[in-house]
Each structure stands twice: as structure tokens, then as C-alpha cells.
Design a protein around this ligand. Structure first.
Ligand code: NAD
Ligand code: ZN
Ligand code: ZN
Length: 335
């Protein structure tokens, strides 16, 4: 099968011909991939950005959609089902987090396209208990990014306390940010979008943002204060500078929910943190229940991914566009 492979950190990815995967457990399915969203996490993985680095060689990709072509004896899906595959490949099922319904925090989790081979390939092996069947009316390319960018920001907004009397600031209007705006709007909150690209801010206004701020030419905390301040920030840029600006823009009692994963640390002044009574929370992926809710919202036409398509062999160009911050919404690889 054709697959994209990270062979060395910081080097261009390679298109290789590899043996197709096989069933590893009775719960597994083999999926023939049709569409695979490119997440900034793929770029972090290929750059070796984080202290936690994947073992190489690795097939990245964790927003995959395709049809089941083979199913293990105990799989909860059947051959022919169209399914989506998230980053959370599997969890242990027995730890305190799994038992508490927070399997996204399981320390023994496996991660699609990070600890196990991912979806930027013609076939992938997935654990059927962690994949979701897709309603027929939904387009494979459009629904793929809901499996990471969608579910991650859905959960972040859900835990943020967003409500009609709150102002939610979305920092970073990339793949994740454009979903975060839509989920925040569903809660009835007022929304402010911050990015460094005028085209992105235009798209944010088109998607209903109440206000937009260009961080490359404006002092973000001051501009936000003029707009009445932010109760909640969803930090969706891979930039610690953006997170710091958003922290400074928070009102007293406000909450910063961090989803972006810049390689460096976030330094905030402890004095302001304490005196303003601000909360900082990390939010990681979503649970299987969150994912079902995300697909249901998409099926009801409430949330849509804006995307363009590319081919497997275009991956290095897609990464260049992503580094330059030029991708509007998501790029989905058509396979
Ligand atoms: P993306 O490249 O599509 O979007 C990033 C956006 O941030 C771009 O629009 C860019 O213009 C903007 N940006 C850059 N600098 C900025 C600044 N100073 N101020 C405001 N905006 C700025 O990336 P993505 O796929 O949306 O992913 C974003 C981050 O989220 C990545 O670090 C990724 O690894 C992380 N992520 C986290 C989780 C999680 O579970 N927490 C899941 C998926 C992705
Ligand atoms: Zn992702
Ligand atoms: Zn567990």
C-alpha cells in the first residue's frame, strides 16, 4: 500500500510502498482510507517538537475516514461500514481514568499516527471500539477533521463554562480554531477571534465571530479590554506568545483552556494569576462520548469543516503551507 512515512525528524516525509496492515486483536478492523485530515500535530510529530517523540519510522495521520474491509471476530463494526478514526487509538479500560469515563487521560493509551501507524495511507488497522460509524449523508472529506480538530475543541468548549452571558476568545483560527468558534457560538456566547492572518480573520467574521483582532498589528490584551474583556480563552494556536497574550486579556475570574501544543513553556505572572483569580486548564482530545456528540452535531448540520483537498504525495507542500499559517480550515488528503 502507499503511505506517507516520517523517517527522520525535521526532514521531508517520504511516500513509500509498504505491506498493508493486518488484524492484531479480535477487536481490530482494517479500514481502506478515503480521506485523512492533516493536523498540526502531524507537523509537530515530524519535527520532533515535543519532549515526547514518536518512534520512527512512523505513518502519521489521525483524522481518517474509510470503509471497513476486514473485521476481527469481536469487532463492533462490520465489513462495509464507513467509519472515522481518531487520535485516541485505544485505552486500557481498567485505570481510574478509563473507569471514570475519561479514557482520553488514560496513561496507557495508544495514539493513532503517533504510537501506532496512522491514516495517511491506503489502509490502517484500528480498534473498532474507538472508531465511530459515519451517517451516510456526511461527506468523507468534510467529516474527517471532526475526528481530531472537531472533538478536541468540542471538549475544550464543553469544559470551559461557555454560556450566553460569557465572552469566549478563540486564539488561533486554524483547523482547531475554526471548529472552536462554531462550538462556542452554539453555546450562545459572544465570540472574539484572534489570529495573525487577515484572511483567517475574514473567514472568522464570515463564520459569525462578533469581533476579530489581528495579533500581528494590535496589542491583544488592550484590544480585548476595549471590547469588554474575555471570560474564557480557548488557546488553539501552536504559539506560547499567543497563549500569553490571551492570558493577559482574561477578565478577573476568567479561564484559559489550552489546547495548542507549542514546544516551549507558557510563562505567566503568578501575581496576576492569583490576584485576578484566573484558572488555567489543559484540554486533551475528547472521549468516545464526546466524539459521538460531535458526529451527531455534524449530522444535524450544526457544525461544518471548511477544507481543501490534496494528495498523499503533496504532504510536504501542505506542511510548508501550515508552517506559513496559510491554511484556511483543514487540508484533507484524498486517498
Ligand atoms: P493550524 O496550523 O491549523 O492553526 C494554527 C493557527 O494559529 C493558524 O491559523 C495561525 O495563523 C495561528 N497563529 C499562529 N501564531 C499566532 C499568534 N501569535 N496569535 C494568534 N494566532 C496565531 O493548527 P491546528 O491543527 O489547528 O493545531 C493547533 C495546535 O493544537 C497544535 O499545536 C496542535 O498540535 C494542537 N492540538 C492539540 C490537541 C489537543 O488534544 N490538545 C489536539 C489536536 C491538535
Ligand atoms: Zn490532531
Ligand atoms: Zn486506562
Amino acid at each position: 500500500m502507499k503511505a506517507i512515512v516520517i523517517e527522520e525528524f525535521q526532514k521531508p516525509l517520504a511516500l513509500r510502498d509498504l505491506p498493508a496492515p493486518h488484524l492484531r486483536t479480535p477487536f481490530d478492523v482494517i479500514v481502506r482510507i478515503e480521506a485523512s485530515g492533516v493536523c498540526h500535530t502531524d507537523l509537530h510529530a515530524a519535527s520532533g517538537d515535543w519532549s515526547s517523540k514518536p518512534a520512527l519510522p512512523l505513518i502519521p495521520g489521525h483524522e481518517g475516514v474509510g470503509r471497513v474491509v476486514e473485521a476481527g471476530e469481536m469487532a463492533v463494526l462490520s465489513v462495509g461500514d464507513r467509519v472515522g478514526i481518531p487520535f485516541l487509538h485505544s485505552s486500557c479500560g481498567a485505570c481510574e481514568y478509563c473507569l471514570g469515563g475519561n479514557e482520553n487521560l488514560c496513561p496507557a493509551q495508544q495514539m493513532t499516527g503517533f504510537t501506532v501507524p496512522g491514516c495517511h495511507a491506503e489502509f490502517v488497522a484500528a480498534d473498532s471500539r474507538f472508531t465511530v460509524k459515519i451517517p451516510d449523508a456526511l461527506d468523507s472529506n468534510e467529516i474527517a477533521p471532526h475526528f481530531c480538530a472537531g472533538v478536541t475543541t468540542y471538549r475544550a468548549v464543553k469544559i470551559s463554562g461557555a454560556a450566553p452571558d460569557k465572552t469566549v476568545l478563540i486564539s488561533g483560527f486554524g483547523g482547531l480554531g475554526h471548529f472552536a468558534l462554531q462550538y462556542a457560538r452554539l453555546t450562545g456566547a459572544r465570540t472574539i477571534v484572534v489570529d495573525v492572518s487577515e484572511e483567517k480573520l475574514e473567514a472568522a467574521r464570515r463564520l459569525g465571530a462578533d469581533a476579530t483582532i489581528n495579533a500581528s498589528e494590535t496589542d491583544v490584551p488592550r484590544a480585548v479590554r476595549k471590547l469588554g474583556g474575555a471570560d474564557i480563552v480557548i488557546g488553539a494556536a501552536a504559539s506560547s506568545k499567543a497563549l500569553r497574550g490571551a492570558f493577559d486579556a482574561l477578565k478577573r475570574g476568567g479561564r484559559l483552556v489550552v489546547v495548542g501544543l507549542p514546544p516551549d513553556d507558557l510563562a505567566v505572572p503568578v501575581f496576576n494569576l492569583v490576584v485576578k483569580g484566573v484558572g488555567i486548564t489543559g484540554s486533551y482530545l475528547g472521549t468516545r462520548k464526546d466524539l459521538r456528540e460531535v458526529i451527531d452535531l455534524a449530522a444535524r448540520g450544526r457544525i461544518k469543516c471548511e477544507y481543501t483537498t490534496a494528495k498523499l504525495e503533496d504532504i510536504n507542500d501542505v506542511f510548508d503551507e501550515m508552517k506559513a499559517g496559510r491554511i484556511q480550515g483543514r487540508v484533507v488528503l484524498k486517498i
